[in-house]
Design a protein around this ligand. Sequence first.
Ligand code: ADP
Length: 215
Amino acid sequence: VSVSLFLFFFFFKDNHQVTLETMSGDGTDASKRRRPNILITGTPGVGKTATASLLAERTGMKHIHIGELIQQHKCYEGRDEDLDSFILDEDKLLDLMETMLGEANLEDGVGVVCDYHACELFPERWFDLILVLRTKTDVLFDRLSKRGYSDKKRDENMECEIMQVILEEAREAYDHEIVHEVPSNTTEDIDSNIARVEAWTKQWIADKGVDDDEN
Ligand code: ADP
């Protein structure tokens, strides 16, 4: 995997966790959640947004498209032309998300489904399930070409998928038990992934012993 890709994922990691750990009553405490939070992650083009938006539509969960959130709230500190990407202002993003997760769970009584192409930057306690979508090389090639990526950017992302960079990142950052790798090649895969999450959510609610009237 190219060095630049690794830099993209690891260069801007900071100590935000320390700040968050010192906050109390922030509403993202896993033990206080009545509904689970889910992170859908994977290489660009694997279907994170397609899956997350449909999941939210079908279940009433709140969908946070993190890429859009970053743009809307300008959670970046400039642009790295070599990497063809923004330099993320991680503190700003995490503060914003912390508020949103807290409000969804405590005020609206719904779980949150986030989608993003990286996962190790978030505090572990935020999520109850990490879904890592995987796509076959030829399928991903077509999707990224259609998206208009440059050859360089497409090839870097293809390599990232082949080397399962995001899957490894998820396994390193979260408890193995909550990390699930699922295929995302066809629309049938999207449906079966959503069905799987719905079944898992029901079980999570039953295990927690909270009512499930709202979902
Ligand atoms: P990501 O959020 O991971 O970058 P998107 O959800 O934007 O990916 O999907 C990229 C494109 O591929 C979209 O046009 C989407 O409809 C299509 N797509 C994604 N996943 C699937 C799938 N499992 N089956 C068929 N098409 C898919």
